[in-house]
Design a protein. Sequence first.
Length: 306
Amino acid sequence: MTLAPDELARRIGSGLLSFPVTHFREDLSFDEAAYREHVAHLGQYEVGGLFAAGGTGEFFSLTPAEVEQVTAAAVDAAPEGTPILAPAGYGTRTAIELAQAAERAGAEGILLFPPYLTEAGQDGLADHVEAVCKATRLGVVVYSRANAVYAPQTLERLAESCPNLVGYKDGRGDIEAMTRIYARLGERFTYIGGLPTAEMFALPYLELGVTTYSSAIFNFLPEFALDFYTAVRERRHDTVLSHLREFVLPYTEIRNREAGYAVSIVKAGLTAVGRTAGPVRPPLTDLTEAELAELTALVGKLPKAA
């Protein structure tokens, strides 16, 4: 049974979130069997939800039909009780079609990505979100980044007009903006940290009402990612700083070497732990062999229990 929007909001705000990578064969076709196995593997851990075909899942490289196929596979493969959210994006009409496809596929919620390419004013962005929310009964999380930066007053308008808009995912890292949004809207939304390698920002964002974040690292180091998340929620600063020093900071140094590596390095991480997910699709590029070896060595230094 599909979760009511308010229950979805509670669930995703109560635990770590992650975006499973989308598995491709060498010819770049979708490897559904491998993807299903990966989602089932991740679903064994205690998570607030998994986002199928999201940014780390290369939403931008998937056709609408593939998005529905990936979402349906995730819904079917995830253990019972693991919420699956699906993406919607591009132009408003396409976003509506993707949201309705997510319903058909059995998803519990929608992550609404920024509109494709064009900039828009606040009224246009609000109209876009309202149209998608009215087209689905699922709970919707809006993703603020790039050309879709939502002002506090716009979010207040949307909170009033869209009862099923339940979440705000921040992909910008603007502390002042987050402070203004939380001060204005309080607990009306579930707030999600959505910057690349969200662990870097998790502790300061917790003080702003951002109780959860999406961990790409969870794809290949689930125990480490969950331990990090628990340390953040318990405000164990020493543990957080230790994990940052031993893995997250050197990991981000590799990530920062090439545009698009925020996704590519996650697939490389799976290769490093023996759970290969195949290549990334263009326009992304895979890590070099030297960078993969560097990442593999970094992973190998972690304690086995983590």
